[in-house]
Design a protein around this ligand. Structure first.
Ligand code: GCU
Length: 702
């Protein structure tokens, strides 16, 4: 494993008084008096508290070049006062924390919120950073440091923050041999040679990065649980798993494991994995007892069952509620959760079979089970009904189950969106998903509120995502792909933040505040998702990728396959008819006006047209263009956009950026350009040959 790493957005580069970092420098100058003295309440000693203090001292030390002093008493007239609301913490005769908050504000904080506020009392002037709990304090510290880094702290400090979501998780798809399923940034930082690595330095650094954006849970192994990983829940491997849990605990993050539904059978304990067999139930209870002996705050199990050839309850004629509840019962005495994935579909479909529609599968399987799951089960649902395509509709399963906890699964790793060789900033895509109004309880039943448990009163809910990191020096393969990991965390804390705000924050923290650099990176990020969509598969149809690798174009790669992923292009037209009258009826899984919107050719939004309808190439879109002309135009435009980025990147003064990052991004942009051209020419040529229709502008098509 590569043990060298970049500090990503936690660089805390020293701010100089002139040139780069001017805004930060002004903010720092104004706060200088406060920053040199940190005063903390007495008697608090939890590890998370210590982490918070370490982060604060380290961050300030690095940004200002001066180590702050730490004390329990007030000596200076200006200082930073840190602690938790639970500390009755008095600093000498100065009321510290409780008194600086109104009761209503204190209530709003919840378990993980914090307040950052300037207070003037009895001739002292101080900035309070306080959480209700130590975790809240840690998040408050990271927020404060972010304000310093991005030069925003010069405005009067007065904020109260709490996260929108209860579970804010990442899923590692890491295997113990060190490989990462759909990993595009090197090998695992967790495993090597079928063991958990002995040196957890990089894992600790990753925990810092995650905590700095508010992540509070992590499942550390691939959802496809192979032979060796099946043993992670046994006493043979639990001591090592516990070491990893210790690292994450220091940063307020709970550890979860993906489990193999057939584990009792495969580990030789039982002759079946039938969830209704007492011997199987007992086996899982014993495993739970083992796990909690090693990891008292273990989060729970993540389960991919009856999905893509993984074992599950169907083998025994049982359903998903039977399977999930059996595991939930084993974890229940300890407060553990079962995160049960809904990515269940027929992956052995006959392509000749036009009735079966993969998009329907999750809803058809799970909706009828509403009310059957125990309350420590959460259904984990991918954002779309297919599989993390550049464009697909929102899964109609969100909100469709009133009595079953739900959480949303995004994919940070760019499996279908350029594999971290292309820039594709995904926050705008995720925001569209979160803002989607399902109408399940009438208008205003948005996905963002459903998975916060605010539409139906779910006991547990939240958001998770497949992580994008590996042991590459820069963590994410493409330097600019760090923005997706960063932005993911920020969005989960506060989904009201705009994609631009998040991108700007990340860019400032990572690249300083040189205006030309910041503007160039910001523009590239903000244009990147539409650009990627432009030169890849059009109008929501998806899937025109090289099978299995999912990088580069292969229009018919999946067309005659078993995966349920078709576009049905012929000489007359293209698209999947998912309407009620003539198609698969998928559109009817949406509620009311949404079902009607998608079902009708007249109202279906252009960007999803081919997901819902099969149309002739000459069909006229709302944009006024025909489908075929749209395909040609977007594919030319996508490539031109990447060419523009390269011109802008070349125009940057090289000393405004370190050479390593400058060159790295340039190389990736060049690769993106080549790949985009390939996409353009393959797609345009394919559809020109199929349709025989000329490009109106007579550009080169082969
Ligand atoms: C996709 C991906 C697989 C992954 C699966 C899942 O199909 O290509 O590698 O295992 O999703 O989410 O389980």
């Amino acid at each position: 494993m590569n043990s060298n790493y970049d500090l990503a957005w936690l660089r805390y580069d020293k701010v100089s008084a002139d040139g780069a970092g001017r805004e930060q420098s002004l903010a720092l100058q104004q706060l200088q008096g406060y920053l040199s003295n940190i005063v903390m309440a007495d008697g608090v000693s939890s590890q998370v508290f210590r982490t918070a203090i370490q982060e604060l001292t380290k961050g300030i030390g690095s940004l200002t070049g001066e180590q702050p002093s730490l004390s329990h008493t007030v000596e200076a007239d200006r200082f930073l006062a840190v602690g938790t609301l639970e500390d009755t913490g008095n600093l000498g005769h100065l009321p510290l924390l409780n008194d600086s908050l109104e009761a209503a504000e204190a209530a709003r904080l919840g378990e993980e919120g914090y307040v950052i506020r300037e207070v003037a009392r009895e001739g002292k002037d101080y900035i309070v950073i306080a959480g209700r709990t130590e975790k809240g304090l840690l998040y408050g510290v990271f927020h404060f440091l972010r304000l310093l880094q991005t030069g925003q702290a010069s405005e009067a400090l007065d904020l109260v923050e709490a996260p929108k979501y209860q579970l804010r998780m990442v899923n590692q798809w890491d295997n113990m041999d060190g490989s990462i399923e759909r990993g595009y940034a090197g090998q695992s930082v967790f495993y090597q040679d079928n063991k958990i690595v002995s040196d957890l330095t990089r894992v600790r650094q990753y925990a810092r990065m995650l905590a700095s954006v508010g992540i509070n849970g992590i499942a550390i192994n691939n959802v496809n649980v192979h032979e060796v990983e099946t043993k992670l829940i046994t006493p043979e491997l639990l001591p090592d798993v516990a070491r990893v849990a210790d690292v994450f605990r220091d940063y307020g993050i709970r550890l979860y494991l993906s489990v193999n539904f057939a584990a009792p059978l495969e580990l030789g304990g039982t002759s079946t994995a039938d969830p209704l067999e007492p011997v199987v139930q007992e086996w899982w209870k014993e495993r739970a007892a083992d796990i909690y002996r090693y990891i008292a705050d273990f989060g729970g199990f993540l389960v991919k069952a009856d999905s893509e050839n993984r074992p599950g309850p169907f083998t025994y004629g049982r359903d998903h509620a039977d399977g999930a509840n059996m595991l939930a019962e084993a974890l229940e005495p300890y407060g553990g959760l079962v995160l049960w994935r809904c990515f269940v579909y027929d992956c052995h479909q006959d392509w000749r079979d036009r009735k079966t529609d993969r998009a329907r599968a999750a809803y058809d399987h799970f909706k009828p089970l509403d009310g059957r799951f125990k309350d420590n089960v959460i259904l984990q649902i991918k954002n779309g009904p297919m599989d993390f395509q550049v464009r697909e509709p929102v899964s109609p399963l969100f909100g469709a189950m009133k009595q079953t906890n739900q959480m949303l699964e995004f994919q940070i790793t760019q499996e279908y969106t350029g594999q971290q060789r292309h820039v594709c900033y995904l926050i705008p895509q995720w925001k569209e998903v979160l803002e989607f109004d399902t109408l399940c309880q009438g208008e205003g039943s948005k996905v963002k509120d459903i998975v916060a448990g605010q539409v139906h009163p779910y006991k547990y809910s939240g958001i998770t995502a497949v992580s994008s990191i590996g042991d590459d020096y820069n963590w994410t393969g493409h330097y600019l792909a760090q923005s997706n990991l960063y932005g993911y965390g920020r969005l989960l804390w506060n989904p009201e933040l705009s994609a631009e705000e998040i991108a700007e924050e990340w860019t400032n923290m990572t690249f300083g505040d040189d205006q030309a650099v910041v503007n160039t990176i910001l523009d590239i990020l903000m244009e990147s998702w539409p650009t990627y969509e432009n030169y890849t598969s059009p109008l929501g149809v998806g899937w025109m990728v090289v099978p299995h690798y999912h990088y580069g174009p292969d229009v018919d790669g999946y067309e005659y396959s078993k995966w349920g992923t078709y576009h049905f292009a012929d000489r007359d037209g293209i698209g999947v008819d998912r309407t009620q009258a003539t198609g698969t009826g998928y559109s009817a899984q949406y509620v009311g006006a949404n079902a009607a919107l998608y079902d009708s050719l007249e109202t279906c939004p252009d960007e999803l047209l081919l997901f819902f309808h099969h149309v002739p190439y000459t069909h006229v879109l709302k944009s006024g263009k025909t489908v075929i002309q749209h395909i040609y135009d977007t594919h030319f435009a996508g490539v031109e956009q990447v060419e523009q980025w390269i011109v802008r990147w070349d125009a940057l003064e090289k000393d405004k950026l370190d050479q390593q990052r400058y060159t790295h991004v340039k190389e990736r942009l060049l690769e993106q350009l080549e790949s985009a051209k390939h996409w353009r020419d393959v797609i345009n040529t394919y559809f020109y040959r199929k349709s025989g229709i000329q490009d109106q502008h007579n550009r080169v098509i082969y």
